[in-house]
Each structure stands twice: as C-alpha cells, then as structure tokens.
Design a protein around this ligand. Structure first.
Ligand code: FAD
Length: 390
C-alpha cells in the first residue's frame, strides 16, 4: 500500500478549514493536521464585532463542533504558535519546540492588526481586535471606562466604534482621511454616512493625525497633531492589517506584502501553498472572509492534485451596523458616467463606462438599492435597473 501523504495546515481560519475540507473531499484517507495559535476551534471572525458588544459565549462563534472534525478526520492542534519552517527538512516547529513533519504544507495564518508607531501606543488601555481573547480583554478593561477612542474610520473601525457605543461608552473616531470609509465611499457617501452615525451617538474627528497617546501607565487621552485632544480611558486601534508571516524569516518562501502565490495558490517553494489574508495573489492581499474561503478551496483542490484556478475577486463591502446599510463594490475612484441621487435618508451612485458597463457602486441608507446594486455588480441585473432608485 502506498504511504499516506501528510498534510500540515498552519492556522484554523476560513482559508485553512476550506482547504482541509476540500482536500478531504478529494482524498478520503490523507492525514490532515491543523496547527494553530488560537485556543478555539475555527470560529466566525467577522462576528467578533457583535461578540464585543453582546453577552455571548465564545462557543456561540464556533463553526463546527469536535464531532465534525472527528468525522472528517481533521486533527486540530490548538494553542500552538508556529515559530519556524524548514522547507528542506519539510518540518515546522512551534514555539514550545514541537516539530511537525509534512509532505504538503499550507500557510493560512491570516493577518494581524497593524499598530502604527505612535508615541504611547504601548500604554495599558490600548487594544486591537482580531480574536476572541482580544474582545474579552477589551470588554473587561472598558467596564471601568466611560470614554473611548477608535483610531481609524474604515469598516472595522466604525463597526468597533458602534460596538463600544452599544456597551454604553462615549466614542470618538479619529480618521486621517477627510471622510469616512475612504476606500469604499466617495466624499458625498462618506459625509452622508457620518451624519447617520452621528445621529446614533458617535463623534468624529476627521483630517486628524494622532500625535501621541497621553497618560501614565494607563491611557488618559489622545493628542492629535493639529492640537485637538480627546480625553479617554481606552483606545481601540483599527488601522488595517498585515499578513502574519514572521515565522517564514530565513526560508526561501517569497514574501512581499503577503506570501506570494500563483493562480493555484502555490508559493515559489515546492510542496508549500498559502491562502487567505496571508496570501498575496497578483499583487493583492484581500483581507476578506469570502476570499479566504475561496482561496482555501483552490489550495485544497491543488494539494489534492485537482488543480483549479483563482483569478482574483472584485471585493465588495457591507457595513455590519444594525440600521445603517452601506454597500460598496468596484473601484470607487473609477472615471466614468455617474448615475447618482442623494436625499436626507440615502446616498446612491453607480458608475458606468461608455458602454454602460458597471465599474463601481456605492449605496448608503437604502436597502432596496443595495439589493439592486449587488445584482448589477454581480452581473445578474442590468445597470439600467439602478435608475428606479434614483
Ligand atoms: C473583527 C473583524 C471583523 C471582520 N469582518 C469582516 C466582514 O464583515 N467581512 C469580511 O469579508 N471580512 C471580515 N473580516 C476579515 C476576515 O475575518 C478575514 O479576512 C478572514 O478571517 C481571513 O481568514 P484566514 O483564514 O486567512 O485568516 P484568519 O481568520 O486570521 O485565521 C488565521 C489563523 O492562523 C492562526 N495563526 C496566525 N499565526 C500563526 C502562527 N504563527 N502559528 C500558528 N497559527 C497562527 C491565527 O491564530 C488564526 O486562528 C473581519 C475581521 C475582524 C478581525
């Protein structure tokens, strides 16, 4: 009987699990082990935003129970951070010195929040949100805090700010750009969204660059470069993410902004694949759940010897704040003809090219228009349909 190949997956997020399940579908017998730093079985990371605000057990976020993994013959090693990889010996070593051999290795370590080098950033009371443990820490600390600051007015920053608001805190969002969601909305859209969020109780400082975080051992406020000062007892930094790939230092695996992969999610090193937030495909690191799943499926199929191709995604964004509907897809800076409308409750815009092909859609505050925009951008509806919302 042929010897079974050993597959090792580092991480247990969306990319890792989809890869493992796809590989298992094609190969019922191969040995599959997932080694992860996380103490928890795979969970819905995007739901952390609600987990921060609501009384929920961590188990409520977990996607599959132990019995599922047993049935699929997937072996989880939890609470083990991988420290190094030896691609010649085909081994991976964790932080406690545990060594794991592999025939096929998938790097699916996701990303970590980017923490800008701001003076005072190491003070007690400064947080980022990426894991269940982070959310638990933020909740515990903010029990004794009334005022909080969120650094970053992107999607995650706004969702975090709203969760803190739901916890009864006064929240100020500090954003470097002149308007909110600068990557997803134009100025009119961002300004409209700001007024909706202000009505909910959030405060914003725009065009604002943080100079330092002020206080003794604990945070007492945030000083902005133009002289503005916001007193607060806690700071949540939401300034984007960076691929988690320190453990690859000294290996021949090519990295840039992420681990560089081809259309089959293969790295430049034989027997090593990467997928999800940590992967850089055609120069893009996406940082999106659906993309991580899709890339994981492509990697899993390829590891099973059933190559398929990932050619990239047109990212779309939805804001997860109850009662505030925001959708954006495509290149919002694209030059083209704009079909747009704005009133007190909504802002909507579809950008089309000379042949009326859709290039970008932005909708704030109109659920029906979001549904139509999603269909148009997904190629399931004619751009002309957008006009009924204008
Ligand atoms: C609060 C929050 C809200 C979000 N909301 C949305 C949303 O609404 N829509 C959307 O599309 N995306 C959202 N995202 C992004 C989305 O969660 C990620 O794109 C997705 O989780 C990426 O999956 P992944 O498998 O690549 O990595 P991850 O989910 O990050 O999983 C990586 C795993 O690898 C482990 N790991 C890291 N380093 C090591 C190491 N050295 N050794 C061992 N294990 C390691 C980590 O512990 C982690 O469990 C959100 C993210 C956060 C944090």
């Amino acid at each position: 009987m042929a010897e079974l190949l050993k597959t090792l997956i580092v991480g247990n997020g969306a990319a890792a699990i989809e890869a493992a399940l796809t590989l298992r579908k094609h190969d019922p017998d191969t040995s599959i082990t997932l080694v992860t730093e996380s103490r928890w079985l795979h969970y819905y990371r995007p739901k952390l935003v609600h987990f921060l605000a609501e009384e929920q057990a961590p188990e409520d976020l977990v996607v599959y129970d132990e019995a599922f993994y047993q049935k699929k013959k997937l072996y989880n090693v939890l609470g083990r951070k991988v420290a190094s990889v030896d691609t010649s010996a085909r081994t991976v070593t964790d932080e406690y010195g545990g060594v794991y051999g592999y025939d096929r290795l998938l790097l699916a370590t996701g990303s970590r929040p980017f923490v800008p080098p701001i003076e005072g950033i190491q003070k007690d009371g400064v947080f980022t949100l990426r894991s269940i443990t982070d959310a638990q820490r933020i909740r515990r600390y903010s029990e004794h805090v009334d005022q909080t600051v969120v650094i970053g007015g992107g999607l995650l920053g706004l969702e975090n700010a709203f969760s803190l608001l739901q916890l009864g805190k006064k929240v100020t969002v500090i954003e470097f750009a002149p308007w909110l969601l600068p990557r997803q909305l134009d100025e009119a859209g961002g300004t409209h969204l700001q007024s909706l969020l202000e009505a909910k109780g959030l405060t914003f400082l725009l065009n604002a660059q943080v100079e330092k975080i002020v206080g003794g051992a604990h945070v007492e406020g945030v000083q902005v470069k133009d002289g503005r000062f916001v007193p607060c007892g806690a700071v949540l930094v939401s300034a984007g993410v960076r691929g988690d790939m320190d453990y690859l230092k000294g290996t021949p695996v090519a990295v840039n902004r992420g681990v560089v992969v081809d259309d089959r999610m293969r790295t430049n090193v034989d027997g090593v694949w990467a997928a999800g937030d940590v992967a850089e495909h055609r120069g893009i690191t996406y940082g999106l759940w659906t993309v991580a799943r899709e890339q994981g499926q492509v990697a899993g199929a390829d590891m099973a010897g059933q190559p398929t191709s990932y050619t990239g995604s047109l990212p779309s964004s939805l804001l997860k704040i109850t009662g505030i509907n925001v959708f954006s897809m495509g290149d919002v800076r694209a030059a083209g003809q704009a079909w747009e409308a704005q009133d007190e409750t909504s802002y909507k815009k579809l950008v089309v090219d000379a042949d009326a092909k859709p290039l970008a859609a932005m909708v704030v505050g109109d659920r029906a228009a979001i549904g139509t925009a999603q269909k148009i951008m997904g190629g399931k509806s004619s751009p002309e349909d957008f006009k009924k919302h204008l």
